[in-house]
Structures are given as C-alpha cells and as structure tokens.
Design a protein around this ligand. Structure first.
Ligand SMILES: NC(=O)c1ccc[n+]([C@@H]2O[C@H](COP(=O)([O-])OP(=O)(O)OC[C@H]3O[C@@H](n4cnc5c(N)ncnc54)[C@H](OP(=O)(O)O)[C@@H]3O)[C@@H](O)[C@H]2O)c1
Length: 231
C-alpha cells in the first residue's frame, strides 16, 4: 500500500507515562519547563524533517498545540493532521490557524456537515475516512501519500492514536525519549492506551535500532521485527 514512512515520537517518564490525566485547561507539566532545552530542540528537529505531524483530538483539546517549528528549526512548517472523527475541535483551536501552517482535519462520514464546512472556512482541508468516531487509518495514510504528497509522517500522540496505529501495523519506527522524572498515578496516560493487544492477539514486537545517551535522557529507536535471541 502507498503510505508515508511513519514514526511515533513520545517523551516518556521513567515510570512509562506520557502525561498525568488532566482536564481541558489544566496546564501540561511535561513541557519546556521540565524538559531540557537541548531535548526540546531535538524534538523540533524531528518535526523539521517531516512532511506531516499527526495527533488525536484529545491532544488538541488538552494542549491546544500549534504543531509548528520552534527554536529557529530550519525549514517550512509541516502539514498538521488531526484525527477528529466527529469534527469536534473547537473553532478557536490554534491548529485551525491555517495562515501559520497547512492543516488537514481527518473526519468520518458521520461528522456533521456544518462543522466540516466551518473548518473549511478557516482554511483547513478535509479527508473523510470511515464511519463513526474513529477515522479509518489505512485509508487516511493512503490519501495523505497519494493526494497530499506526505512522504514522511511524525505521529506525536496521544496514547489512543498510537494504539490504533500499532494495531494497524502502520509504524515504521518508534522513537522514545526516556526522561529523568516520574509522573506516577494509575490513571496517568501511557504511550499506548485503550485496549491491550493481549489476549485477543499477539503482542507486537520491535527490534532496537539505535540508542543514544543525551545527558540524563535516553533517545531510543525501535523498528518492527523479531527480537534477537528469542527461542
Ligand atoms: N509526552 C508526549 O510525548 C505526548 C505527546 C502527545 C500527547 N501527549 C499527551 O497525550 C494525551 C492525549 O492522549 P489520549 O490517548 O487521551 O488521546 P489522543 O490519542 O490524543 O486522541 C484520541 C482521540 O482521537 C480521536 N480519533 C479519531 N480517529 C481515531 C483513530 N483512528 N484512532 C485513535 N483515535 C482516533 C478519538 O476522539 P473521540 O473518540 O473523542 O472521537 C480519540 O479518542 C494528552 O495528555 C497529551 O498531553 C503526550
């Protein structure tokens, strides 16, 4: 299938969380105030190397992310892609400022037409894939590649989107930045949310491709594949 070369990037705590559970409007403690500027720069440089950055609805509702290049990262802003099956993003969301960077909202056939029109009036482009709340990801990936020229795609989150992407076998690389802090809490968000891959099927396995120590942080890249030394 034609689809972009796609990688996940998460900043994960020592206890394997990507965020405490928050209400919209509550500030995100996992950001520039906690993460070393060199690591933020590295994150930015990964954004700069892509054609598209994709996130799920909750990441927009909670963080109101702009998903643009910062810290003088060179290059043009990648296209922002938001998975928003029922077209629920607030019209005031910063990602709908399409003067700053192109935006694609991925909806399903069940998204209300007047909401979709309002997104288009703000300059966003629409891809319609599947039915119900969840966008059909294989169809979306093919459309991004064939109709929008997206060849390299970064998926930043959150955990629900990563679960769907892994379940559909759509990741070529998993990038994890292991950060020197602990978030704690059984309700905190992990890099892969929603439902477990076991016992319905086999747990997906990945092979270590690269590991780099960056001060107190560890940047690791895994690719799909067999684990070496397994019986
Ligand atoms: N540390 C990091 O690197 C990092 C990076 C990014 C985000 N985060 C954090 O992650 C948290 C958000 O994660 P989350 O798991 O709650 O939500 P999420 O993955 O951001 O968004 C999931 C939502 O996207 C919509 N969606 C539409 N089609 C989908 C599909 N095919 N598969 C999956 N989702 C689809 C669904 O909305 P509906 O069901 O509502 O229609 C779904 O509930 C935030 O706290 C954010 O700060 C952390």
């Amino acid at each position: 299938m034609n689809r972009p070369y796609t990688f996940m990037l998460v900043a994960v705590s020592l206890d394997g969380k990507i965020s405490p559970r928050r209400r919209p409007g509550q500030p995100n403690p996992i950001g520039p105030s906690l993460i070393n500027p060199e690591i933020m720069k590295l994150h930015n440089s990964q954004r700069a190397k892509t054609d598209g950055i994709m996130v799920g609805l909750n990441s927009i509702l909670l963080d109101d992310s702009r998903l643009t290049l910062r810290d003088q990262a060179e290059g043009r802003n990648p296209t922002r892609i938001v998975l928003d099956g029922l077209a629920e993003i607030p019209l005031t969301a910063r990602v709908l400022n399409c003067q700053e960077a192109p935006t694609i909202i991925a909806v399903t056939k069940d998204a209300p037409a007047e909401r979709v029109k309002a997104f288009q009036e703000r300059g966003a482009q629409i891809i319609t894939s599947g039915r119900g709340r969840y966008v059909n990801l294989p169809h979306l990936m093919r459309t991004l590649y064939e109709q929008f020229g997206i060849r390299r795609l970064l998926v930043e989150g959150g955990g629900t989107v990563h679960q769907s992407m892994i379940a559909a076998g759509l990741y070529d690389e998993l990038h994890l930045i292991i950060c020197p802090f602990v978030i704690g809490g059984s309700s905190s968000i992990s890099p892969v949310e929603r439902s477990s891959f076991w016992p319905k099927g086999q747990v997906p396995v990945f092979k270590l491709d690269k590991a780099e120590v960056l001060g107190d942080y560890l940047y690791v890249i895994y690719k799909p594949g067999e684990i070496s030394g397994r019986q």
